[in-house]
Design a binder for this molecule. Structure first.
Ligand SMILES: *[C@@H]1O[C@H](CO)[C@@H](O)[C@H](O)[C@H]1NC(C)=O
Ligand SMILES: *[C@@H]1O[C@H](CO)[C@@H](O)[C@H](O)[C@H]1NC(C)=O
Ligand SMILES: *[C@@H]1O[C@H](CO)[C@@H](O)[C@H](O)[C@H]1NC(C)=O
Length: 414
């Protein structure tokens, strides 16, 4: 298992190590051509990208799939690549687009023609649709608890607003993370954006940022006319989801800025009445951790989101949960987005336990507990947001949202 065990010294204090091996079978029994770290993501209309890694560099990037277990009517061929980071050489990363697929349908598939069989369900084409939302996931015992909670209830698409593996330059931790999330990430689309832990530059030694993230977590940026894997958008049922990059250029006139402008202009609210935005560093935050870090991005982009009536902005970075009311420019505003910080997935740095006191009036609920959020969009006008802690099964916080496109007072351009 060379891609895992090449650099044992780099795999230092991680507690998760022993437990990642049980997800499929002991990794020692895998052959070099067996698929590892299998995951899927949405990749344009009715298409899904299947990604996996093999130690063997010469395995063909082919996915066979079909609607009946063991019977694969269709197949697609894609491509593969690898990357180098200091002395670490990644395994072969395979990326294969499959489709056209039918909505709300269970597909069975195999990677590289090898066993085992995996399966996933495509999101529905119409409401209702449900998103599971987890930020700052990591790979600790808390992470495992969060993933168990997410997997225990049905959902269609997994959204992650940054900070995935906490590899922090130790590349084998990207592999253990891929193995840890495989049971969920191979069965529902995982749509992610970057956090600060994905940057992974080392002065002089490795100046390129996002090397591992971009190589391993390809998102549909080309399909959404973006020029960077660090920001993109996609549609699910009647929801337009925009993934922004907190750690790349966002100034007025930057590529991300002009892309966002064009992307928002292109939204057809009759087809996608809802708009969600995800990014890593929160624009609103009353926790003492990471105060002000999202401020310059907020000042540049908040008015665009407000003008286009974005419904909700979900952030990570702060290791706690916080929900704000609808806000624009620091004040409650019935036509602004609801802001939520959901950076409580299970990272190894622990919780951010101290909040500003007194609580600002725009902050409606805050708590430092590990957990996850869910947005169930019922129809073009109503959605239900819930947040659950990992330590109990009941809903700790919830809210009904009315889409701004269905609101008489906010509809129409500002
Ligand atoms: C296989 O692909 C063809 C063409 O893309 C499509 O018409 C057919 O429905 C697919 N079959 C399955 C089982 O997905
Ligand atoms: C949308 O769902 C809400 C909540 O279930 C319901 O009250 C409302 O009537 C629905 N609206 C439409 C147009 O179906
Ligand atoms: C769960 O955590 C919250 C916040 O830390 C705490 O208030 C609550 O009592 C805990 N519940 C259980 C069942 O441990």
């Amino acid at each position: 298992m060379k891609i895992f065990w090449q650099y044992p010294l780099l795999i230092s204090i991680f507690t998760i190590w022993g437990s990642t091996e049980s997800t499929r079978w002991p990794l020692n029994f895998l052959s070099d051509s067996d698929p590892q770290q299998v995951r899927i993501s949405l990749a344009g209309k009715n298409q899904v990208l299947v990604s996996w890694i093999t130690s063997d560099k010469n395995v063909e990037s082919v996915v066979v799939y079909g609607k009946v277990s063991g019977k694969y009517d269709n197949s697609s061929v894609g491509q593969s690549s690898s990357y180098q980071y200091l002395t670490y050489n990644s395994g072969e990363i395979h990326q294969v687009k499959i489709g056209p697929l039918e909505p709300g349908t269970l597909y069975y598939y195999r990677c590289g023609g090898a066993t085992p069989e995996f399966s996933f369900r495509t999101p529905p084409s119409v409401f209702p649709v449900e998103f599971a939302v987890v930020g700052d996931l990591g790979q600790t015992e808390w992470t495992k608890s969060t993933l168990q909670h997410v997997g225990a209830m049905p959902y269609d698409v997994f959204l992650l607003p940054g900070d995935l593996s906490y590899a922090d330059t130790e590349q084998p931790l990207w592999d253990s993370f891929g193995t840890l999330v495989e049971p969920l990430a191979s069965s529902r689309p995982w749509m992610v954006t970057q956090g600060n832990h994905e940057i992974e530059t080392i002065p002089v030694l490795h100046s390129q940022s996002f090397t591992a993230y971009n190589a391993r977590w390809l998102m549909p940026y080309q399909e959404s006319q973006s020029t960077s894997n660090l920001y993109y958008s996609f549609d699910v049922s009647g929801v337009h989801v925009i993934m922004l990059g907190s750690y790349t250029d966002f100034e007025v006139g930057s590529d991300q800025y002009t892309w966002l402008q064009a992307d928002l202009k292109g939204v057809d609210r009759t087809k996608t009445p809802w708009i969600l935005v995800l990014l890593h560093a929160p624009w609103y935050n009353s926790n003492l951790a990471h105060q002000g870090e999202g401020e310059s991005m907020r000042k540049t982009m908040e008015n665009m989101l407000f003008r286009e009536r974005v419904d909700m902005v979900l952030a990570g970075h702060v290791h706690a949960y916080e929900r704000f009311t609808r806000v624009y420019d620091n004040n409650a505003n019935e036509c602004g987005p609801v802001y939520v910080t959901i950076g409580d997935g299970g990272n190894r740095e622990g919780l951010a336990t101290t909040f500003e006191s007194p609580s600002p009036s725009i902050s409606l609920y805050r708590e430092a507990s590990f957990g996850h959020g869910r947005l169930r969009v019922l129809n073009s006008s109503h959605a239900h947001w819930t947040w659950r802690r990992n330590n109990d099964t009941t809903v700790a916080d919830e809210m009904w949202l009315k889409s701004l496109s269905s609101s008489d007072s906010c509809n129409g351009s500002a």
